[in-house]
Design a protein around this ligand. Structure first.
Ligand code: SF4
Length: 692
């Protein structure tokens, strides 16, 4: 790792200031504990007793880390070498200028960051749009863009309909494609588990038994890619058993009769077989959900990361609407958002078709409202998504700016991604470590970690919380992220961008209707929830009570049919599906820097059912090759009956073994999310030596 400064992060002093965890969307409050030199939980709006998980406890290890980037790097004769900030920015200014002159703003792509603050995301999308392109996106594209698309379409707001607090009043929880015990540990332990212990029935839909399933009353081990037959069958049982909320449907639904007719031919037992679940268990789940006074659905990436991701969520919304579980406490459709600020990155407009506050770029009034504040009107044509930008590199995309994201590990079909990253004329990466993507860059800019920055994050249940620096000293010559972005924007556009978080936040509330009425000072104590109606003391908790967020009193039931996964499963092939584990996070770019987390779990394993293992002569601990037409990787095997016999499971946190060398880039036609959760692979044993 290249560094130029004698100042290591270890030399710095940190203050025990209150801030927010940089990992998952739960948004736990943390502080610095001087005695241990580590982060520790502090009572906050979400973790009201100061509880945190192992990732939160290790969050300081990415800040106080000898592998931090401490100097700008520029590529010289093929190598990245240290440079001054002026040299780095001069090169960026010249190269972006050339691309703009020769190809126009459509030749630029911007990767914003769902792990960074609202203010940083707001600023980067503004820079892209002032330059003349809407091609700015963040990795919400890769996790929940389909969920946001379906919820926005049906209800007018792409976020949790309810709050963590009120959800504890549910009589039934249905979690599908989510493993909150490992992915959202504080939500699971402090909200869901106490309610379950208090009598809430828990239905878990997931291809494998995991830590969440341990708490379930009913487990439906759905075949990856077969959520729609399952959800349609649940809706069919609800209708057949007279469990439709007729009053709600009469008042709030447009097309019940059409939907009823659509489901008339559904054979519950056939759908159960197609989805790979027991029909009696499916009926029991439908009866529990339909009979409950209050039933709440939670969804995760097992639902959203399919080429049918948007339709999967539509099918879930159908079940919730049909049973009248919208607009009241303890109900709703509640996506559990992954990264700390993935909700906020979308809220503030870091999306190619959406201006701040989920206003369409094609809406002339919305563009005019933004232009009134910016003095520049955003372009009218929707931009390219993150995956489309990557695939266009070296062709229509000539320069890209990647801010704290790692597409070289997180995007699918990575051999193609690596080719594209090498083919682009000019690539800038702003990050705190030399990530796998930064290895391909022409210029690397050393930025700031969570405990070095000020601003706000928005968590999974729409709470905007203040992020505070615990030191004003950055390692070596690293600079604050907002400051870097403002200089970048001011260098490449004929525009002055502000680098003060409070000024940026307050401007953001002028152009973002969801954040209208808030000000930076409001986020100083506790949290502020969106939407924040004018004159209200606090933000709105339960959405869609009288009207949906789009102002409509009614919505419709969507008619969604099963879409076969893109990868056909050939002879001797298995379906590979992926997910998170408790100790690591996303591309692993920051958790791999944590000695504590690596000690807790430093090895990825392929989970395989004993039946498959026996057929292939594989034993627990063997090393196998997992391969398909797109790539191959080697990994150890964990033989376990927890996974379906037709499916194998790996995490996506590791650069080695790199699961996204295998995944395909078939995209959901509405949201552009890739199909990560259904990949056909061959698995064969390499070695029965357990220590290979
Ligand atoms: Fe951080 Fe999420 Fe763990 Fe809370 S639950 S400490 S926000 S990783």
């Amino acid at each position: 790792m290249a560094t130029t400064s004698d100042t290591t992060p270890d030399d710095r002093e940190f203050e025990p200031t209150t801030s927010v965890c940089p990992f998952c969307g739960v948004g736990c409050t943390l502080t610095y504990e001087p005695k241990t030199g580590k982060s520790t939980g502090e009572a906050g709006p979400v973790n009201t007793k100061g509880e945190i998980c192992p990732k939160g406890a290790a969050a300081f290890e990415m800040v106080d880390n000898d592998d931090r980037l401490t100097s700008p790097l520029v590529r010289e004769d093929g190598d990245l070498v240290p440079a001054s900030w002026d040299e780095a920015f001069d090169r960026i200014e010249a190269e972006f200028g050339t691309v703009l002159d020769e190809h126009g703003p459509e030749a630029l792509g911007f990767f914003s960051s769902s792990s960074c603050t609202n203010e940083e995301n707001y600023l980067l999308q503004k820079i892209a749009r002032v330059l003349g392109t809407n091609s700015v996106d963040n990795c919400a594209r890769l996790c929940h863009s389909s969920t946001v698309a379906a919820l926005s379409d049906r209800f007018g707001a792409g976020a949790m309909t309810n709050t963590l607090d009120d959800l504890t009043e549910a009589d039934v929880f249905l979690a599908t494609g989510a493993n909150p015990a490992e992915q959202h540990p504080v939500i699971f332990r402090s909200y869901l588990l106490p309610a379950i212990r208090d009598g809430t029935t828990f239905i878990h839909i997931d291809p494998r038994e995991n830590a969440t399933t341990d708490a379930a009353d009913i487990h439906l081990p759905v075949k990856p890619g077969h959520d729609i037959p399952l959800l349609n069958a649940l809706a069919k049982v609800v209708i057949d058993e007279g469990l439709v909320d007729e009053e709600f449907v009469e008042e709030r639904v447009d097309n019940f009769e059409v939907f009823e007719e659509f489901l008339a031919d559904v054979d519950v037992a056939e759908n159960a077989e197609l989805a790979g679940v027991d029909p009696d268990d499916l009926r029991e789940a439908a009866m529990a959900f339909g009979e409950a006074d209050r039933a709440a659905a939670f969804s995760g990436m097992g639902m959203s990361q399919h080429q049918s991701g948007t339709d999967n969520v539509h099918a879930l919304i159908n079940l919730v609407v049909l049973t009248g579980n919208v607009g009241k406490r303890g109900t709703g459709v509640n996506p559990l958002r992954g990264q700390n600020n993935v909700q906020g990155a979308g809220d503030v407009g870091a999306l190619p078709d959406i201006l701040p506050g989920y206003q369409s770029v094609t809406d002339p009034e919305a563009r005019e409202r933004v232009a009134d504040v910016w003095g520049v009107e955003p372009p009218v044509d929707p931009g390219l998504t993150e995956v489309e930008v990557t695939h266009g590199m070296g062709e229509d995309i000539h320069a890209a700016y990647v801010f704290a994201e790692n597409p070289a590990v997180s995007e699918p079909n990575l051999s193609k991604v690596r080719e594209r990253l090498d083919a682009i004329d000019f690539l800038v990466v702003q990050d705190i470590f030399l990530s796998e993507t930064a290895e391909h860059a022409d210029v690397v800019l050393p930025g700031s970690a969570w405990a070095e920055k000020a601003g706000t994050f928005t968590n999974t249940d729409r709470q905007v919380q203040r992020v505070r620096p615990m030191t004003d000293e950055l390692p070596g010559e690293a600079r604050n992220d907002l400051d870097i972005l403002a200089e970048f924007g001011s260098r490449v556009a004929d525009y002055e961008f502000d680098d003060d978080p409070e000024t940026v936040f307050d401007e953001m509330t002028e152009v973002n209707p969801l954040y209208a009425g808030m000000n930076y000072a409001d986020t100083d104590e506790g949290s502020v929830r969106w939407p924040y109606p004018e004159g209200a003391d606090s933000g709105q908790e339960v959405l869609h009570a009288e009207t949906f967020a789009n102002g409509e009193r009614t919505t419709d039931l969507h008619l969604v049919d099963h879409v076969a996964p893109a990868d056909e499963v050939g002879e001797d092939q298995l379906v590979l599906t992926t997910g998170r584990v408790l100790q690591h996070f996303n591309s692993g770019a920051v958790t791999r820097q944590s000695g504590t987390l690596m000690k807790l779990r430093n090895e990825n394993a392929l989970q395989m059912h004993p039946q498959n293992a026996e057929e292939r002569g594989i034993e627990d601990g063997d090393t196998v090759v997992v391969e398909n037409d797109r790539g191959r990787t080697q990994v150890k095997v964990e033989v376990t009956p927890a996974i379906r016999p037709d499916t194998v499971f790996m995490t996506f946190h590791c650069a080695d073994p790199l699961v996204n060398d295998l995944t395909g880039d078939h995209l959901d036609p509405v949201a552009g999310i890739p199909e990560y959760k259904h990949t056909s692979v061959h698995v064969s044993v390499v070695s029965n030596e357990k220590d290979v």
